[in-house]
Design a protein around this ligand. Structure first.
Ligand code: GRF
Length: 190
């Protein structure tokens, strides 16, 4: 299964995917990595592995992901032979041009038990809401924000002395196991 990974940040989930491939627990290959931030460490992680890594031109928009940019990304991914797109901390909403190019073939990882706490900093939302548990979700991407069919989910208890940082760190530990497992599940189902 040839993967394209899109991210805006540190890329620890990309690293977990690469580590699972190295360990032989995920039969896949990351063929391209794209980021909307030229300085994002996810690009560096890819380059260190010799994986083609490119910056997405969002035409100067800070948060929007214009249709032309999505169409350009779709053709870059297609050109690299990508069969499954993995959003890993990618902070822009994917819309029609990409969704149509990869129907039911785009995954996202989100740090909550969706449908609870969609959107930014979901672990903080869970703490502020006084929730006693949260977790993380890998789901198929549709046109909504953090919506779409769930592929895998794992729960985590929120401890009385949890801070935003401690909770996020524990969620990330789960993410790093869950994302490769969810990709493997999709890969073997096809
Ligand atoms: C993860 O917590 C993911 O759930 C969220 O963004 C973060 C990305 O982390 N959507 P990284 O860039 O993979 O380290």
């Amino acid at each position: 299964m040839l993967l394209g990974v899109l991210g805006s940040g540190s890329g620890s989930n990309l690293q977990a995917i690469l580590d699972a491939i190295d360990a032989g627990t995920l039969d896949a290959k990351v063929v391209i990595v794209l980021s909307d931030h030229p300085d994002a460490y996810i690009l560096e992680r890819a380059r260190l592995r010799g994986i083609p890594a490119h910056v997405i031109d969002c035409h100067g928009f800070r948060n929007k992901f214009p249709d032309e940019a999505q169409a350009a990304v779709a053709s870059q991914l297609k050109g690299a032979g990508v069969e499954l797109v993995c959003l890993a901390g990618f902070m822009r909403l994917v819309k029609a041009p990409l969704l149509h190019a990869f129907p039911n073939r785009i995954l996202n990882i989100h740090p909550s038990l969706l449908p609870a706490f969609p959107g930014i900093a979901a672990w903080k939302q869970a703490l502020e809401a006084g929730a006693t548990e949260t977790g993380c979700t890998v789901h198929q991407v549709d046109a909504g924000m953090d919506t779409g069919p769930v592929v895998m989910q794992e729960k985590l208890a929120i401890l009385p002395d949890d801070t935003a940082e401690s909770l996020h760190a524990r969620i990330q530990e789960i993410e790093h196991r869950l994302y490769p497992a969810a990709i493997a599940k999709i890969a073997t189902a096809n």
